[in-house]
Design a protein around this ligand. Structure first.
Ligand code: NAP
Length: 242
């Protein structure tokens, strides 16, 4: 059995990633934080395509919850290990820096950046022992280009991009790859409050992307075909660069 953990697998891009990896034969560990119904729906869809999975609830910004839930999972699956980790869950709390509250800064950094440390560090040991693993971080155009109103989010995603490149070099010899996928504007709950008509005028392809278009890049990086790719950032943005 090949196991993959997708953080924030209950909705949006994370759900599409769960389905892509399920279609590749992975057993999917679907993480969510608050929306159980949507996590159940993802599991149903995973089963509909002939694979299987289970739901793991934990808040990725809580080291304690991560270690408790993943520790329990490991204890009850002694011979198994999670060979693909997709650090996908994320939030945005946009504000101009003048008005940004400490809480908006810390919440976004905790959920988008510190979670990378907690989850990855917990799972990496098994990958190193088995000398095989895939770590894929869902970052953002915002972390490469910087977007006004998102100083907290851009900082967090840029942090994950730097961490991706550093960790890739740290563990390359162990056959564990670490890559990032940087979506532009993708149609999900996260972007539903944005003015799509105005924003799509900036995008060379003239439209927002679909979650499945991000999942395709993640699937490739998780596959055997991507075995010599590490430390890379793949843009999935309809041509919208800096
Ligand atoms: P979304 O539709 O808002 O879904 C967010 C997912 O993350 C949900 O499954 C949610 O779980 C989970 N989540 C949020 N906070 C969590 C926490 N503390 N612990 C565990 N799970 C948590 O977002 P999305 O658009 O699919 O975004 C997915 C990733 O892509 C994020 O990292 C985002 O920054 C990145 N991204 C998105 C876009 C875009 O245009 N949509 C562009 C660039 C990058 P619940 O269902 O339980 O709330």
């Amino acid at each position: 059995m090949k196991y993959a953990l997708v953080t924030g697998g209950s909705r949006g891009i994370g759900r599409a990633i769960c389905l892509k990896l399920a279609s590749m034969g992975f057993f999917i560990l679907i993480n969510y934080n608050s929306n159980r119904e949507e996590a159940d729906k993802t599991l149903r869809l995973v089963r509909e395509i002939g694979s299987d999975g289970e739901i793991l609830r934990f808040d990725i910004s809580s080291q304690e919850q991560i270690e408790q839930v993943l520790g329990q999972w490991q204890a009850s699956h002694e011979d198994a290990y999670i060979q693909a980790l997709v650090n996908n869950a994320g939030i945005r709390k946009d504000a101009l820096i003048m008005w940004m509250k400490n809480e908006e800064w810390h919440d976004v950094l905790n959920t988008n950046l510190h979670s990378f440390l907690y989850v990855t560090r917990f799972l990496i040991k098994d990958m190193l022992i088995k000398k095989h693993g895939r770590i894929i971080n869902v970052v953002s155009l915002s972390g490469l280009k910087g977007l006004p109103g998102q100083v907290n989010y851009s900082a967090a995603k840029a942090g994950v991009i730097g961490a991706t490149k550093a960790l890739a070099q740290e563990i390359a010899k162990k056959n564990v790859t670490v890559n990032a996928v940087a979506p532009g504007f993708i149609k999900t709950d996260m972007t539903k409050d944005l003015d799509e008509t105005q924003l799509k005028a900036m995008i060379p392809m003239g439209r927002f992307g679909k979650p499945e278009e991000v999942a395709a890049a993640v699937g490739f990086l998780a596959s055997e075909e991507a075995s010599y790719i590490t430390g890379a950032v793949i843009n999935v943005n309809g041509g919208l660069y800096t």
